[in-house]
Design a protein around this ligand. Structure first.
Ligand code: CDT
Length: 314
């Protein structure tokens, strides 16, 4: 009998600057019940799901941004989500801004098991955007001001009868993200995202935003023989249009479920985890076909790649 887990991507529409966490959690509870009704055992919520995408604004001093961060998980606002999910027997992935007791700020996601216990906390590895206020932009993308890069890399955990990994938004654009988890035998990668459709440094990419979103996740799924479940925040949030298109992608690289709207919406799919092995044991049999001895440059320090590329034959 094959191993199966039914998963949901719980997309959120815009969250306003003044929308209280409790109101957002109420919306998430409605999505949770919808997902549960449709058989989901695991629900994936977006990145920074509890608040508006605050890195679009500059806040100085940094401590004034503390109100966007969670100092405990669950906290008073998120406790109802933990309790309701546990009573339904549904686990979840929740993206939030984390402020640790020793003052570190991370863009994080917690994975919660069906009994309400924490499986793991993942901290976003690749931090996009810029460090300082840039007046030329129509809106800021100051993640590099608000967040430190996650120091722990990409782990894989046994949960929900699967080998599960996590990534957050910009992480999904990098092949190394999937491969590091692929080398640990990942079968199900969970992802939350907030992607502005307009990319100010190169607006020619705007028309391709939805193509690139699925391109990277479909390639990552296929090349590593894994499922990918990705939930975004969509719609126009505080004047900024965000890509929706939440999706569930099979190890074949096919999109098996996709959001139809840009608002609060649940998409569900039953994932056959044994499907991963069709790829992991054939075309992408890593132990047989990979050539790590010629991939060394991938792990060279930053900057070394350009220097290596300049060294020609004469
Ligand atoms: N939130 C997040 O990581 N967004 C990035 C935007 C990159 S452009 C600054 C993304 O990959 O969608």
């Amino acid at each position: 009998m094959s191993r199966r887990v039914t998963v949901a991507a719980a997309q959120l529409g815009p969250v306003g600057r003044t929308e209280p966490r409790r109101a957002v959690v109420d919306r998430m509870l409605a999505l949770l019940h919808d997902a549960h009704r449709r058989g989901a055992q695991l629900v994936v919520y977006p990145e920074l799901a509890l608040t508006t995408f605050f890195p679009r604004w500059w806040t100085e001093p940094l401590a004034d941004a503390d109100r966007w961060f969670e100092t405990e998980m669950p906290g008073p606002a998120t406790k109802p989500l933990f309790e309701q999910a546990a009573s339904l027997g549904v686990g979840f992935y929740l993206g939030y801004a984390e402020l640790t007791p020793d003052g570190h700020r991370y863009n994080s996601a917690v994975l919660v098991a069906r009994d309400g216990s924490k499986v793991a906390t993942f901290r976003k590895v690749h931090i996009p955007g810029h460090e300082h206020y840039e007046p030329w932009r129509p809106f800021q993308h100051l993640e590099r001001y608000y967040f430190e890069p996650g120091p722990d890399g990409f782990g894989v955990w046994e949960a929900f009868g699967a080998r599960i990994g996590m990534m957050i938004c910009y992480d999904r654009r990098w092949p190394e993200t999937y491969r590091v988890m692929g080398l640990q035998g990942v079968e199900l990668i969970l992802c939350g995202y907030n992607t502005p459709v307009h990319y100010p440094p190169d607006p020619s990419q705007d028309a391709l935003a939805s193509f690139h979103n699925h391109l990277v996740m479909q390639a990552g799924a296929y090349q590593n023989g894994t499922w990918v479940v990705a939930a975004g925040k969509g719609g126009v949030e505080e004047g900024v249009d965000a890509l929706a298109q939440s999706a569930i992608i099979a190890p074949s690289g096919q999109v098996v479920a996709q959001a139809l709207t840009t608002g609060d919406e649940v998409v569900v799919a039953e994932c056959d985890l044994d499907w991963c092995d069709r790829y992991k044991q054939t075309l992408f049999d890593f132990s047989r076909y990979r050539r790590p001895e010629v991939y060394g440059i991938i792990c060279a320090p930053r900057g070394a790649q350009a220097a290596a590329g300049q060294a020609g034959d004469g």
